[in-house]
Design a protein around this ligand. Structure first.
Ligand SMILES: Nc1ncnc2c1ncn2[C@@H]1O[C@H](COP(=O)(O)OP(=O)(O)OP(=O)(O)O)[C@@H](O)[C@H]1O
Ligand SMILES: [Mg+2]
Length: 312
Protein backbone atom coordinates (compact mmCIF):
# COMPACT_ATOMS: atom_id res chain seq x y z
CA UNK A 1 0.00 0.00 0.00
CA UNK A 2 1.27 3.43 -0.92
CA UNK A 3 1.79 5.95 1.82
CA UNK A 4 1.10 9.11 -0.17
CA UNK A 5 -2.17 10.56 1.00
CA UNK A 6 -1.07 13.65 2.87
CA UNK A 7 -3.20 16.76 2.84
CA UNK A 8 -0.11 18.78 1.97
CA UNK A 9 1.56 18.80 -1.41
CA UNK A 10 5.02 19.64 -0.08
CA UNK A 11 6.46 19.73 3.40
CA UNK A 12 10.17 20.22 4.06
CA UNK A 13 12.22 20.42 7.24
CA UNK A 14 15.73 21.80 7.21
CA UNK A 15 16.31 20.90 3.57
CA UNK A 16 19.86 21.89 2.61
CA UNK A 17 22.21 21.62 -0.32
CA UNK A 18 25.65 23.16 -0.84
CA UNK A 19 27.91 23.37 -3.85
CA UNK A 20 31.42 23.57 -2.44
CA UNK A 21 31.43 26.64 -0.20
CA UNK A 22 28.12 27.92 -1.54
CA UNK A 23 25.14 27.10 0.62
CA UNK A 24 22.57 27.26 -2.17
CA UNK A 25 19.71 26.02 0.04
CA UNK A 26 20.51 26.51 3.71
CA UNK A 27 17.78 24.88 5.77
CA UNK A 28 14.48 25.28 3.99
CA UNK A 29 11.20 24.83 5.86
CA UNK A 30 8.25 25.20 3.55
CA UNK A 31 4.72 23.90 3.41
CA UNK A 32 2.70 23.94 0.20
CA UNK A 33 -0.94 22.93 0.53
CA UNK A 34 -2.74 20.86 -2.06
CA UNK A 35 -4.53 22.96 -4.63
CA UNK A 36 -2.67 26.20 -4.03
CA UNK A 37 -0.37 28.28 -6.18
CA UNK A 38 2.71 28.97 -4.10
CA UNK A 39 5.40 31.35 -5.36
CA UNK A 40 9.03 31.17 -4.30
CA UNK A 41 10.28 34.70 -4.73
CA UNK A 42 13.81 35.96 -4.44
CA UNK A 43 16.69 37.65 -6.21
CA UNK A 44 19.24 35.92 -8.46
CA UNK A 45 21.16 33.31 -6.54
CA UNK A 46 18.61 33.10 -3.69
CA UNK A 47 18.44 29.32 -4.12
CA UNK A 48 15.07 29.06 -5.87
CA UNK A 49 16.15 26.69 -8.66
CA UNK A 50 18.15 24.53 -6.27
CA UNK A 51 15.10 24.22 -3.99
CA UNK A 52 12.92 23.16 -6.93
CA UNK A 53 15.51 20.66 -8.16
CA UNK A 54 15.75 19.14 -4.69
CA UNK A 55 11.98 18.75 -4.55
CA UNK A 56 11.91 17.05 -7.97
CA UNK A 57 14.55 14.56 -6.83
CA UNK A 58 17.04 15.77 -9.44
CA UNK A 59 19.46 16.85 -6.72
CA UNK A 60 20.10 15.02 -3.47
CA UNK A 61 19.95 17.08 -0.27
CA UNK A 62 22.92 17.19 2.13
CA UNK A 63 20.55 17.43 5.08
CA UNK A 64 16.90 17.69 5.97
CA UNK A 65 13.80 15.84 4.93
CA UNK A 66 10.79 16.38 2.75
CA UNK A 67 7.50 14.84 1.80
CA UNK A 68 6.08 15.43 -1.64
CA UNK A 69 2.42 14.47 -2.19
CA UNK A 70 2.74 12.46 0.99
CA UNK A 71 5.74 10.44 -0.20
CA UNK A 72 9.18 10.59 1.35
CA UNK A 73 11.50 12.47 -0.98
CA UNK A 74 14.48 10.19 -0.44
CA UNK A 75 12.86 6.78 -0.04
CA UNK A 76 9.89 7.05 -2.41
CA UNK A 77 11.29 8.88 -5.42
CA UNK A 78 9.47 6.62 -7.92
CA UNK A 79 5.87 7.45 -7.00
CA UNK A 80 6.79 11.13 -6.68
CA UNK A 81 8.32 11.28 -10.17
CA UNK A 82 5.22 9.84 -11.82
CA UNK A 83 2.94 12.37 -10.08
CA UNK A 84 4.82 15.62 -10.62
CA UNK A 85 5.71 17.76 -13.62
CA UNK A 86 8.83 19.91 -13.72
CA UNK A 87 9.50 22.87 -15.97
CA UNK A 88 13.15 23.79 -15.62
CA UNK A 89 14.45 27.32 -15.90
CA UNK A 90 16.48 26.33 -18.96
CA UNK A 91 13.95 23.89 -20.41
CA UNK A 92 14.75 22.37 -23.76
CA UNK A 93 12.34 21.71 -26.55
CA UNK A 94 13.38 19.94 -29.71
CA UNK A 95 13.73 22.74 -32.23
CA UNK A 96 13.53 20.46 -35.24
CA UNK A 97 10.32 18.83 -34.03
CA UNK A 98 6.88 20.38 -34.41
CA UNK A 99 4.66 21.31 -31.46
CA UNK A 100 2.74 18.04 -31.93
CA UNK A 101 5.95 15.99 -32.06
CA UNK A 102 7.43 17.66 -28.99
CA UNK A 103 4.35 16.76 -26.94
CA UNK A 104 4.41 13.21 -28.35
CA UNK A 105 8.04 12.93 -27.28
CA UNK A 106 7.17 13.88 -23.69
CA UNK A 107 4.18 11.51 -23.76
CA UNK A 108 6.55 8.67 -24.71
CA UNK A 109 8.99 9.71 -22.03
CA UNK A 110 6.28 9.42 -19.38
CA UNK A 111 4.76 6.29 -20.90
CA UNK A 112 1.42 8.02 -21.49
CA UNK A 113 -0.78 5.71 -23.54
CA UNK A 114 -3.51 7.18 -25.75
CA UNK A 115 -1.98 10.61 -25.45
CA UNK A 116 -3.71 12.15 -28.48
CA UNK A 117 -6.86 13.29 -26.71
CA UNK A 118 -4.80 14.77 -23.89
CA UNK A 119 -2.58 16.54 -26.42
CA UNK A 120 -5.60 18.08 -28.17
CA UNK A 121 -6.92 19.23 -24.81
CA UNK A 122 -3.59 20.82 -23.86
CA UNK A 123 -3.15 22.52 -27.24
CA UNK A 124 -6.65 23.91 -26.96
CA UNK A 125 -6.01 25.03 -23.40
CA UNK A 126 -2.75 26.78 -24.32
CA UNK A 127 -4.25 28.12 -27.56
CA UNK A 128 -1.50 26.48 -29.61
CA UNK A 129 -3.78 24.36 -31.83
CA UNK A 130 -3.44 26.61 -34.93
CA UNK A 131 0.36 26.25 -34.77
CA UNK A 132 0.64 22.54 -34.03
CA UNK A 133 2.61 21.72 -37.18
CA UNK A 134 5.11 24.55 -36.68
CA UNK A 135 8.68 23.66 -35.68
CA UNK A 136 9.51 24.57 -32.09
CA UNK A 137 12.50 26.63 -33.24
CA UNK A 138 10.14 28.93 -35.16
CA UNK A 139 8.01 29.79 -32.12
CA UNK A 140 8.04 33.06 -30.17
CA UNK A 141 9.36 33.06 -26.59
CA UNK A 142 5.83 33.05 -25.17
CA UNK A 143 4.70 30.19 -27.42
CA UNK A 144 7.77 28.15 -26.45
CA UNK A 145 6.88 28.55 -22.77
CA UNK A 146 3.30 27.51 -23.43
CA UNK A 147 4.51 24.44 -25.32
CA UNK A 148 6.91 23.58 -22.49
CA UNK A 149 4.00 23.91 -20.06
CA UNK A 150 1.87 21.59 -22.21
CA UNK A 151 4.73 19.03 -22.22
CA UNK A 152 4.96 19.33 -18.43
CA UNK A 153 1.25 18.51 -18.11
CA UNK A 154 0.97 15.60 -20.56
CA UNK A 155 0.93 12.89 -17.86
CA UNK A 156 -1.68 14.69 -15.74
CA UNK A 157 0.60 15.48 -12.79
CA UNK A 158 -0.97 16.37 -9.44
CA UNK A 159 1.77 18.88 -8.70
CA UNK A 160 3.81 20.98 -11.09
CA UNK A 161 7.05 22.76 -10.23
CA UNK A 162 7.69 25.66 -12.55
CA UNK A 163 11.03 27.45 -12.43
CA UNK A 164 10.56 31.01 -13.71
CA UNK A 165 7.84 30.00 -16.16
CA UNK A 166 7.14 33.53 -17.33
CA UNK A 167 10.70 34.78 -17.81
CA UNK A 168 11.22 35.65 -21.48
CA UNK A 169 7.50 36.02 -22.13
CA UNK A 170 6.50 39.49 -23.31
CA UNK A 171 4.15 41.48 -21.03
CA UNK A 172 1.09 40.96 -23.24
CA UNK A 173 1.54 37.20 -23.57
CA UNK A 174 2.39 37.04 -19.88
CA UNK A 175 -1.19 37.95 -18.98
CA UNK A 176 -2.44 35.09 -21.11
CA UNK A 177 0.18 32.77 -19.64
CA UNK A 178 -1.02 33.59 -16.14
CA UNK A 179 -4.61 32.94 -17.15
CA UNK A 180 -3.50 29.50 -18.36
CA UNK A 181 -1.78 28.85 -15.02
CA UNK A 182 -4.93 29.90 -13.17
CA UNK A 183 -6.90 27.46 -15.35
CA UNK A 184 -4.52 24.65 -14.39
CA UNK A 185 -4.98 25.54 -10.74
CA UNK A 186 -8.77 25.50 -11.18
CA UNK A 187 -8.46 21.92 -12.39
CA UNK A 188 -7.04 21.00 -9.01
CA UNK A 189 -3.32 20.88 -9.86
CA UNK A 190 -1.01 22.24 -7.16
CA UNK A 191 1.53 24.74 -8.49
CA UNK A 192 4.89 25.64 -6.97
CA UNK A 193 6.60 28.27 -9.04
CA UNK A 194 9.53 30.61 -8.79
CA UNK A 195 9.69 34.14 -10.04
CA UNK A 196 12.07 37.06 -9.69
CA UNK A 197 9.15 39.46 -10.41
CA UNK A 198 7.34 40.70 -7.35
CA UNK A 199 4.46 42.13 -9.34
CA UNK A 200 3.81 38.64 -10.68
CA UNK A 201 4.05 37.07 -7.27
CA UNK A 202 0.88 39.04 -6.44
CA UNK A 203 -1.03 36.46 -8.43
CA UNK A 204 0.06 33.56 -6.23
CA UNK A 205 -2.13 32.45 -3.35
CA UNK A 206 0.83 32.42 -1.00
CA UNK A 207 4.41 33.52 -1.35
CA UNK A 208 7.67 32.50 0.26
CA UNK A 209 10.34 35.18 0.30
CA UNK A 210 13.73 33.60 -0.23
CA UNK A 211 17.21 34.99 0.25
CA UNK A 212 20.56 33.35 0.89
CA UNK A 213 19.09 29.84 0.64
CA UNK A 214 16.47 30.50 3.33
CA UNK A 215 12.82 31.37 3.40
CA UNK A 216 12.49 34.38 5.66
CA UNK A 217 8.77 34.96 5.34
CA UNK A 218 5.69 33.15 4.07
CA UNK A 219 2.21 34.51 3.64
CA UNK A 220 -0.44 35.77 1.26
CA UNK A 221 0.59 38.83 -0.78
CA UNK A 222 -1.64 40.95 1.50
CA UNK A 223 -0.06 39.54 4.65
CA UNK A 224 3.42 40.25 3.33
CA UNK A 225 2.54 43.81 2.34
CA UNK A 226 1.05 44.33 5.80
CA UNK A 227 4.26 43.12 7.45
CA UNK A 228 6.28 45.82 5.71
CA UNK A 229 8.21 47.68 8.40
CA UNK A 230 7.73 51.43 8.15
CA UNK A 231 5.90 53.65 5.67
CA UNK A 232 6.13 54.38 1.96
CA UNK A 233 5.80 57.83 0.37
CA UNK A 234 5.55 59.18 -3.15
CA UNK A 235 7.39 62.46 -3.56
CA UNK A 236 6.97 64.83 -6.49
CA UNK A 237 9.31 67.77 -7.06
CA UNK A 238 10.61 69.78 -10.05
CA UNK A 239 13.88 67.86 -10.55
CA UNK A 240 13.55 64.30 -9.20
CA UNK A 241 17.05 63.24 -10.35
CA UNK A 242 18.73 66.06 -8.39
CA UNK A 243 16.49 65.33 -5.41
CA UNK A 244 17.52 61.69 -5.61
CA UNK A 245 21.22 62.63 -5.37
CA UNK A 246 20.53 64.84 -2.35
CA UNK A 247 18.59 62.12 -0.52
CA UNK A 248 21.10 59.39 -1.33
CA UNK A 249 23.78 61.30 0.58
CA UNK A 250 21.65 60.68 3.67
CA UNK A 251 19.82 57.38 2.96
CA UNK A 252 20.50 54.10 1.15
CA UNK A 253 19.09 52.79 -2.13
CA UNK A 254 16.71 50.67 -0.07
CA UNK A 255 15.11 53.90 1.18
CA UNK A 256 15.13 56.01 -1.98
CA UNK A 257 14.00 54.87 -5.42
CA UNK A 258 14.01 57.19 -8.44
CA UNK A 259 11.25 57.03 -11.05
CA UNK A 260 11.08 59.16 -14.20
CA UNK A 261 8.83 61.79 -12.65
CA UNK A 262 8.93 61.16 -8.90
CA UNK A 263 10.67 59.48 -5.97
CA UNK A 264 9.48 56.65 -3.79
CA UNK A 265 10.73 56.71 -0.22
CA UNK A 266 10.50 53.93 2.36
CA UNK A 267 11.25 54.84 5.96
CA UNK A 268 11.11 52.64 9.01
CA UNK A 269 10.77 55.81 11.10
CA UNK A 270 7.80 56.94 9.00
CA UNK A 271 6.65 60.56 9.19
CA UNK A 272 9.67 61.93 11.07
CA UNK A 273 12.05 60.74 8.34
CA UNK A 274 9.75 62.13 5.67
CA UNK A 275 9.80 65.52 7.39
CA UNK A 276 13.59 65.38 7.46
CA UNK A 277 13.71 64.49 3.75
CA UNK A 278 11.36 67.34 2.82
CA UNK A 279 13.42 69.77 4.87
CA UNK A 280 16.61 68.62 3.21
CA UNK A 281 15.16 68.96 -0.27
CA UNK A 282 13.82 72.47 0.42
CA UNK A 283 17.20 73.56 1.84
CA UNK A 284 19.05 72.18 -1.17
CA UNK A 285 16.79 74.03 -3.60
CA UNK A 286 14.85 70.98 -4.79
CA UNK A 287 11.43 72.32 -3.74
CA UNK A 288 8.56 72.71 -3.87
CA UNK A 289 8.04 69.18 -2.60
CA UNK A 290 4.70 67.37 -2.58
CA UNK A 291 4.58 64.11 -0.63
CA UNK A 292 1.81 61.59 -0.07
CA UNK A 293 1.71 58.25 1.65
CA UNK A 294 1.48 55.24 -0.68
CA UNK A 295 0.31 51.67 -0.14
CA UNK A 296 3.38 49.44 0.10
CA UNK A 297 3.91 47.19 -2.91
CA UNK A 298 5.24 43.67 -2.52
CA UNK A 299 8.58 45.01 -3.70
CA UNK A 300 8.62 47.65 -0.94
CA UNK A 301 7.79 44.93 1.58
CA UNK A 302 10.43 42.56 0.25
CA UNK A 303 13.19 45.17 0.43
CA UNK A 304 12.02 46.33 3.87
CA UNK A 305 11.73 42.82 5.30
CA UNK A 306 15.02 41.75 3.78
CA UNK A 307 16.71 44.54 5.67
CA UNK A 308 15.24 43.11 8.88
CA UNK A 309 15.50 39.40 8.26
CA UNK A 310 19.00 38.98 6.87
CA UNK A 311 22.49 40.18 7.51
CA UNK A 312 22.99 41.62 3.99
N1 LIG B 1 25.50 23.16 -9.96
C1 LIG B 1 25.99 24.17 -9.24
N2 LIG B 1 27.31 24.25 -8.98
C2 LIG B 1 27.82 25.27 -8.24
N3 LIG B 1 27.08 26.27 -7.71
C3 LIG B 1 25.77 26.25 -7.95
C4 LIG B 1 25.16 25.21 -8.73
N4 LIG B 1 23.82 25.47 -8.79
C5 LIG B 1 23.62 26.60 -8.09
N5 LIG B 1 24.77 27.07 -7.58
C6 LIG B 1 24.94 28.28 -6.74
O1 LIG B 1 23.98 28.21 -5.71
C7 LIG B 1 23.38 29.48 -5.47
C8 LIG B 1 21.88 29.39 -5.67
O2 LIG B 1 21.63 29.16 -7.05
P1 LIG B 1 20.17 28.95 -7.64
O3 LIG B 1 20.32 28.68 -9.09
O4 LIG B 1 19.43 27.96 -6.83
O5 LIG B 1 19.52 30.39 -7.41
P2 LIG B 1 18.22 31.04 -8.05
O6 LIG B 1 17.49 31.68 -6.94
O7 LIG B 1 17.51 30.04 -8.86
O8 LIG B 1 18.82 32.18 -8.98
P3 LIG B 1 18.34 32.74 -10.42
O9 LIG B 1 17.28 33.76 -10.11
O10 LIG B 1 19.56 33.38 -10.97
O11 LIG B 1 17.85 31.59 -11.23
C9 LIG B 1 24.08 30.44 -6.40
O12 LIG B 1 25.11 31.06 -5.70
C10 LIG B 1 24.61 29.56 -7.49
O13 LIG B 1 25.75 30.09 -8.09
MG1 LIG C 1 16.98 29.97 -10.82
Amino acid sequence: METGNSADAIETHGLARSFGETRAVAGLDVLVRRGEMFGLVGPDGAGKSTAIRLLCGILKPDAGEARVLGFDLLREAGPIKSRIGYLSQNFTLYGDLTIDENIEFFADLHGVRGFRARRDELLDFTRLTPFRRRLAQALSGGMKKKLALACTLIHRPELILLDEPSTGVDPVSRGEFWNILSGILAQGVTILMTTPYLDEAERCGRIGLMHGGRLFMTGTPAEIRAAMPGRVYEVACPAPASAYRVLRRRWSSANVVLYADRLRLSFREGASALAEAKGLLETEGCGPVRASEAAPSLEDAFVGLLGEGSST
